[in-house]
Design a protein. Sequence first.
Length: 590
Amino acid sequence: MRRWNGRMTAVFLFGLAVLFLAAVTAAGWGFSEEALVTDFSRKNLGPGMPYLFGTDWLGRDMFLRTLTGLSMSIRIGILAAGVSSVLALLLGTLAATMGRTVDAVITWMIDLVMGIPHILLLILISYALGKGFKGVVIGVALTHWTSLTRVIRGEVMQLKEALYIRTARKLGVGTWEIAWKHMFPHLFPQFLVGLILMFPHAILHEASITFLGFGLSPEQPAIGIILSESMKYLAMGRWWLALFPGLLLVFTVVLFDVAGERLIEPQDPASARMWRRDNDTCWKKKVILDIRNFSVSFEQYESGFRKTGLPVIRNLDVKVHAGEMVAVVGSSGSGKSLLAHGILGILPYNASMGGELIYDGAPLTGERQKALRGNELVLVPQSVAFLDPLMKIGPQIRKGKKDRASREKLNEIFRGYHLKEEVQEQYPFELSGGMNRRVLVSTALMGNPRLIIADEPTPGLHMDMVRRVMSHFRELADQGAGVLLITHDLEQALQEADRVVVFYAGTTVEDARAEDFQSEETLRHPYSRALWRALPQNGLQFIRGTQPYVKDLPEGCPFGPRCGSCTEECKGVIPVREIRGGSVRCIHAV
């Protein structure tokens, strides 16, 4: 059978919701007259054939009446949600683009509407407008725009400061063209999901105020009226009058709520990279490498023959999914290269590891590391010293294979990196540093690896070659491999990576999406924000200080929001909560 991935499930749920909405609306229109027909000879009949939902005290078919009432509620929900969403789009855009005064006024309006109990404000507006269809629609529309307005306002303010929009503005691109080509594609998913999620809330609130007597008039069949009238007969045992209309209302609300939540997935480009379909097969977003509480320490001798352990990495956590490119950034000495060597099992003899390394769902033991190293697990090392100076380049990259196919494949890879065919017959000392660097990168493209660990793969390369190398890593990720990119070039990593993991003093302090680095406010840790401020487009604000170290807090220490909020022992430190939870630790501030 054809397997469905998460994106197709989202599309299927949304299609099911739209089909259900269209069917109920059409049925409500078609049976509107039959739903009002009374027949006292069939009154108060229980559910069964031919009356699936039974009949009421006037002999009306409750199935037809429920369809007609739900159809009315759906029409109100569509109209009210549409008006409210457009209002949110306009106000959110105006607040973000028309200056501080307009922003302050719109923000005050949002706070005012959200400060009044929702149902109370809805009742007041509906009652002031004479109730009925018009009063309900306007009331729902004027009380549901606030949350979406805040989302759109924040999105527009973030987009205004995006590097590609600032560049387009400097190149002379017009305001309307920027809005249509650059901003609208980012705002449309937010608007669409907000509209869909607002629809079930509109139906629910319409039914609520109608049930309380402040909505539609009794002559207009709606779910709220049906439920309100049925309350008089529940004590007589006529439970079906409220059960089936209530269940159908709940089903409609839940269906559209779930469809709206799942619709976020197809709109997200990062999700699109992780979920693929290829003809009749598909692969799901899967954790290919899970590093938990990883630690590395080195044994050393102090005075005399006393052996001690020097901890370098503590409680480090990283996850890499299939089809994902994860960039690891941090200062020199924070443990990035040690992490790569630990995954491959090539740490120095006096190093000891702790924690868990889970590869493809199973522990990555020493035996598995040996079996997978160079095949499924590939390292692009930082130093060209990893090349054997007494062995020709070709046999090193081909891993001893002498067949014609492997030679031709390597030549094809070399052509992409501007390396000639005769490089295969040369030794590393005969090549320049940049050529050796390109040879090392070629190792990741030679086989069919499932996890590529690239440790500073681009220093010394021309910018055009750097972009080519990064695009090749991106292609490998799009084909289903996991890529762990260790780099100091945060600006270049943000152009291709899906997530950025920040290392600080041998531990993980931030695991963020690449999009979060568009603004300082979306980053949590002070060091991550300092890295953001150090980017060229953000002013090149240097991070001053010395390499920090990790220290355990005393037992029972409260996690305070400011430095030195615990005890005298912890003065001058930045508290850090573990990414995976657990103990609370602090890192001395730089």
